[in-house]
Design a protein around this ligand. Structure first.
Ligand code: KIV
Length: 262
């Protein structure tokens, strides 16, 4: 997988299937099952470390898991999450943090937020580091946002999100993840931006979809957001569940706006 291939998939209307992944064994399995993009998300703070937010995750921990995934992967595009406070003090800090993940085997780094991140994105892209932006519910800002709440619901919020997304794409972001926003806004973003828009709780109109691996395999305990579907139900094993996810994303049957949308 390459950036050009991802852009060609978007242009051809082929949906992009992305999942979080944190280790070599799952990287091999997801790659074999046809997942296009593996995201080493800082959600590993919850899924692997048992914490209640992504905030404590460190750059060294992210680099370790990027290395593990890169060893197991053969074809998929690898995105490494820049963790909380690893790009917040300025462009030079962001470059050093991104370099740590690229050296570990990432093909692209992801960072959260709009506005203040625009010069950071431009700085990384100009230096040859592909960047995925992340808007909507941005978990590193969970306390500022007042919890895991739907974003962009009113007209002002939606316009702000559209503006920030446009600015990030103009700065060179080659992909955008949007989390927990109304389906109509997800579709507007995907139609108006020149880059792939990957949704998580953002409706079927996005260019592609991403879920947290442990959520879609039914491993996560407790109440899950409504956008999650447990793909183990109706599948006779983990690989079958991953293949069912890829198929459902590609044929547009996941997410179902009535069941998983806002
Ligand atoms: O950290 C993560 O897993 C993410 C996804 C929820 C998109 O950012």
């Amino acid at each position: 997988m390459t950036l050009h291939r991802l852009a060609a998939m978007r242009a051809a209307g082929e949906k992009i299937a992305m999942l979080t992944c944190y280790d070599a064994s799952f990287a091999r399995l997801l790659d074999d099952a046809g997942v296009d993009v593996l995201l080493i998300g800082d959600s590993l703070g919850m899924t692997l470390q048992g914490r209640d937010s992504t905030l404590p995750v460190t750059l060294d921990e992210m680099a370790y898991h990027v290395q593990c995934v890169a060893r197991g992967n053969r074809f998929a595009w690898i995105v490494g999450d820049l963790p909380f406070a690893s790009y917040h003090t300025g462009t030079e800090q962001a470059l050093l943090s991104a370099a740590a993940l690229m050296r570990a085997g990432a093909h692209m780094v992801k960072l959260e937020g709009g506005g203040w991140t625009v010069p950071v994105v431009r700085h990384l892209v100009e230096r040859g580091i592909p960047v995925c932006a992340h808007l909507g519910l941005t978990p590193q800002s969970v306390h500022a946002l007042g919890g895991y709440r739907i974003q962009g619901r009113d007209e002002d919020g939606a316009e702000r999100l559209l503006r920030e997304a446009r600015e990030l794409a103009e700065a060179g972001a080659a992909m955008l993840v949007v989390e927990l926003i109304p389906s109509a806004l997800g579709e507007r973003l995907a139609q108006s931006l020149p880059i792939p828009v990957i949704g998580i709780g953002a409706g079927p109109g996005c260019t592609g979809q991403v879920l947290v691996l442990h959520d879609m395999l039914g491993v996560t305990r407790g109440r899950l957001p409504r956008f999650v579907r447990n793909f183990m139900q109706g599948s006779d094993g983990i690989e079958a569940a991953i293949r069912a996810y890829v198929t459902a994303v590609k044929d547009g049957s996941f997410p179902d706006p009535a069941q998983h949308g806002y």
